[in-house]
Design a protein around this ligand. Sequence first.
Ligand code: MIG
Length: 802
Amino acid sequence: MTGARSLLTDASIGATHVLLWGARAAVEIRCPGPGVLRVRHAPSSAVTSFTHPEQPPKHSFAVVADGALPLSARREGDTLHVSAEGASLEVSLASGTWAFSDAAGRALARSEAVSGQVRPAFPVDELRSRLSLAAPPGEAYLGFGEKVGPLDKRGLRFTFWNTDAFPPHVESDPLYASIPFFIALRGGVAWGLFLDEPWRSEVDIALNDPTRIEWESRGPELDVYLLAGPHPADVLRRYAALTGRPAMPPLWSLGAHQSRWGYETEDDVRGVVRGYRSRGLPLDVVHLDIDYMDAYRVWTWDRSRFPDPARLARELAAEGVKLVTIVDPGIKADEGYAVYDEARARDYLVRLPRGGPLVGEVWPDPAVFPDLTREEVQRWWGDLQKPFVDAGIAGIWNDMNEPACFSVRPDRGLPAPSGGRAAGLGAIEGSTLPDDARHGARRHLEVHNVYGLGMSRAAHEGLARHAPERRPFVLTRAAFAGIQRYAAVWTGDFASNFTHLEASIPMLVGLGLSGVPFVGADIPGFTGRANGELLVRWMQAGLFYPLMRNHAARGRPAQEPWRFGEPYLGLARAALERRYRLLPALYTLMHEAAETGIPVLRPLSFAAPGDPEALHAFDQLLFGGDLLVAPVVRPGQSKRLVYLPAGAWLDFANLERAGSVEQGGRHVIADAPLGVVPVWLRAGGAVALTAPRMHTTSASWEEITWHVHAAERVSGRLYEDEGDGHGASRVTRIEGGLDGATFALERSATGDLPLAREVETIRVHGVPAPRSVVGARSHRAIDGGVEIEVAADWLRIELQVP
Ligand code: MIG
């Protein structure tokens, strides 16, 4: 169809797909959903699984959308114009490059020709597939999963290869999770790109060449999804439709978690719970680290130290505390141990390129690895949870699932790394399995990054099968795109220092921008030695982490909140109480995330997408749409610089009205002595808080106080249900605003959950003392506003302000 010098010479155009190919390359275009185009590149036809004009089905570990919207294609000279709902693409047949636009015709992204686009060579380990994208000046790039650095990753370079980085530092890359997805933002307009390749890859974000992003995969193809905005939230909505919406967690998992590598006996665990309760500290969960296992045999208990897990679980349940057990993938190679015998008999293990199961060393030694990239193995693994579920274990904590492997056993048949062999065969990158290990028909190099995803899926689906009346709670260290369907992610072995506390904020916001809302970092750091100030500051930031877990490494001083004496204990208690007050708002945001993919922790750019100052304020965050949080993340500081985006913001430090209203679009200096965490409430925001408790019970709240920052338009939302399971729910909306001398709010509710409270309190901040109040049971003036008590099923309140 075009000249012989063109890269793409032939085309097959169907109702829902376009396939272009030539002697050396192929490109396939589809539209899986509105505003999303899939552009699958096979840079070299010689090594791809592409065939034309018919495609074999491809297995994606990440993508769940199977829609195929209609496409229309029109050729004009050397260009093929493809358009679909919400997006269009122009492909140059000569060079194979393309330009992506949204429904409004805005040019969003453009690929560029690369020289030596693919270098297939022998051995295949030398394979490189490259994608080059224009990086126009001023465009910011956010996301990329669990990555270090500020929010805007321009000028950085990352590797996607899940790694047990120990000890990690603030520049370590790669870390434990790989999410090859980013959101670009330029002039207030966003678009996104997801590279659906689990293969090891590297991305250079305008570092080598300030005008380009270059992505290089070790696999034979580049399967790219382009997502239109225009708001970053729109990109995330489309990404969640593509890779799956986040699971709604049980309420208890949003309470406080306590963990330590080194709770060695059930008495240690009882002591922890007593430690919390005797000091009046809220707690919902205790984690059991690898100490509970019998000689590190996964799915067993050391009965001398944990004689009766079911009894322990019952005892803790009486205190309102749940147990979560760590699970590592390495299986002790030990004949007579049922998990090992069964895995071998069923051929469920990762194998050597030739021959038998690969043998390595982790905590169990020797250890073999279940091939958790295969669905039948996932099912088997998930079923091994049944006795744990039956004993009352509430959730599963998946660790070491990069997978980590301290060493492989060459004496067991592994080719020696590189020596004397063709380059690449037997190579190992980091403490993991060799590139050439076999997962069924796939090589480790291809599926390494999805091992933790498979393990989390196994855990999540197994919990759903064995306790269908509950919502699964799974926590994972390793992850890939799509992990939000199955698990919460924590950032691994952060150190107990202020640098890591600061680093946690852009990293967790970055994870949210990569589609993963349920995230947290170990409080107050895992390795090293915290002091009381760090504990308090980390808890003040961590009370806004969707996952709030205190954890500590073995052989380090204990880090429970009472280990540092006063005044730190009192300040730690205050932080925990704030967390429990915040639960209605957090739960509502988790529900919003589960419906839309929009994260709980958001960059300031969500409020001001075109404002560069907002983009670069990476040590602050938005908690949902209404709260701006700027925790102190440096030692010794009692004030900090805070950027407030345009609009009016109420000083709401410690989740209480603390001061006056500030005009945004500028920096302010917040007062933040050790007891204070700076927070602001957006004008027009309405946030529901409750009273602190020692542990969670139901998310049908008995006490609710709305904090409203009066403005012309006010809106707020509260999602409620029983806190677990799949039963009745209710969404309450409040809407209204200030119109002349009248401030009115209306409440509406949908859903079948009965109200668990008779009254609600509404604190309207930012209005003068009213002359009259209609629709309230009572009211009283408070500093800079009014507090109103209403019947819980109120419909309308109206204030006449002077
Ligand atoms: O090699 O299970 O990140 O949270 O306490 C260390 C022991 C293995 C690493 C995890 C950490 C956990 C620890 N694990």
